[in-house]
Unconditional design. Structure first.
Length: 369
């Protein structure tokens, strides 16, 4: 893919997402398929008077490595990655996966020891460096989306270059409301879940860390979650896609997890103690993303959706939960997906995917496009 929209995307990543300045260093990590975008990023970085560095990712090679992972080996890798992140000012990660099941054969224990080893460098760059993640269009992603490659390229570039300044302004009232809310209740088919978000910051996501973007997130008070939530979209993790996922909580802890692969899913939740507590609650608002495609960078931004996340909490909205996993799971509440409501302190703020309070109506699709 090579057109002016690709150059526009590169400029957006550098000037809006990571706000790169002259003299700064940016680490550009990407799959080989994302090379056209990486070339644009290199050229535009030099035009800004900054310094680009490149890491190429390859899932096929990583699968071979992962099958033999040992703790000592991963400790060395983690120290190298930590040094890279320490020596750069910003990080851009461009995924270009052809087969998202490439890593599905890796045993859970190998995922666990890698997650534990890489926790320190990952936590460091997420909380101490400017960073952004995105997907580059590939045949594999187009197939997941049910589109031809050319149509998927058009779709990705449209949703990725949305008017994020307009989105940011429209999100501010929701941020303020969340930060003045104590009790949250989620109601949908198979879902009746309650928790508190009192005292935890809400964070606006409008193109700074993810492209495409469009969510406001916070975290539940760690031990406040009670009830059941049932997700009506695919829930991919570690190369496996789980369906019909239903989670039940008591005093914050996940006490029952069911899906089409219940045993495998519970292996992931047994990774560490924090994996059975929630690290994030978010509301998705991107008007250009309407249907799930099994890719969380898109699905968690779906208009009329929310996501609930077992595992690590972000430092920006920290409830104290620590884990080597962070598994975003998406529930769509628009009528065609069964509908549903979000209540803040017993007041319905969104019904069937549309915000009902006047100060939040600017986040509805007809206003945000």
């Amino acid at each position: 893919m090579r057109d002016e929209r690709l150059n526009k995307l590169a400029k957006l990543l550098l000037t809006h997402s990571i706000k790169l300045k002259a003299g700064e260093r940016v680490l550009i990590r990407g799959h080989y398929n994302a090379k056209p975008l990486m070339k644009e990023l290199i050229d535009e970085t030099y035009k800004l008077g900054a310094y680009p560095y490149i890491d190429i990712m390859d899932d096929e090679l990583n699968r071979h490595l992962a099958l033999g992972y040992e703790k000592e080996q991963l400790e060395t890798l983690a120290s190298w990655m930590m040094k890279k992140y320490e020596d750069t000012d910003a990080v851009i990660i461009a995924y270009g996966e052809e087969n998202d099941a490439e890593l599905s054969e890796i045993p859970a224990e190998k995922h666990r020891i890698r997650g534990e080893a890489m926790k320190k460098p990952t936590f460091f760059y997420v909380n101490n460096r400017r960073w952004v993640l995105l997907n580059y269009p590939t045949m594999g992603l187009a197939q997941k989306a049910g589109m031809s490659l050319s149509r998927f390229e058009d779709f990705l570039l449209e949703v990725s270059t949305a008017d994020y300044e307009k989105m940011d302004l429209a999100m501010q009232p929701l941020k303020q409301l969340m930060e003045h809310t104590d009790r949250v209740r989620l109601v949908s088919p198979g879902t009746d879940l309650s928790f508190s978000i009192k005292g935890i910051p809400a964070v606006v996501c409008a193109g700074a860390n993810n492209i495409p973007d469009g969510e406001v997130f916070t975290a539940p008070v760690k031990e406040s979650v009670n009830g059941t939530i049932t997700f009506n979209t695919p829930c991919p993790y570690q190369g496996i896609t789980f369906r019909n996922v239903s989670l039940t909580f008591k005093e914050g802890k996940l006490i029952e997890a069911k899906s089409d692969q219940t045993e495998k899913m519970n292996e992931i939740f047994d990774t560490d103690a924090g994996a059975r507590y929630i690290g994030e609650f978010a509301i998705g608002v991107n008007p250009f993303i309407t249907e799930p495609m099994g890719d969380i960078l898109f699905d968690e931004k779906i208009c009329g959706s929310l996501h609930f996340t077992p595992g690590e909490a972000y430092e920006e909205a920290d409830n104290g939960n620590r884990s080597s996993i962070h598994w975003d799971m998406v529930l769509i509440q628009r009528p065609e997906y069964g509908g549903g409501e979000i209540y803040f302190d017993d007041v319905c703020i969104r019904k069937d995917g549309l915000f009902t309070l006047p100060e939040l109506e600017g986040l509805n699709p007809d206003q945000l496009k």
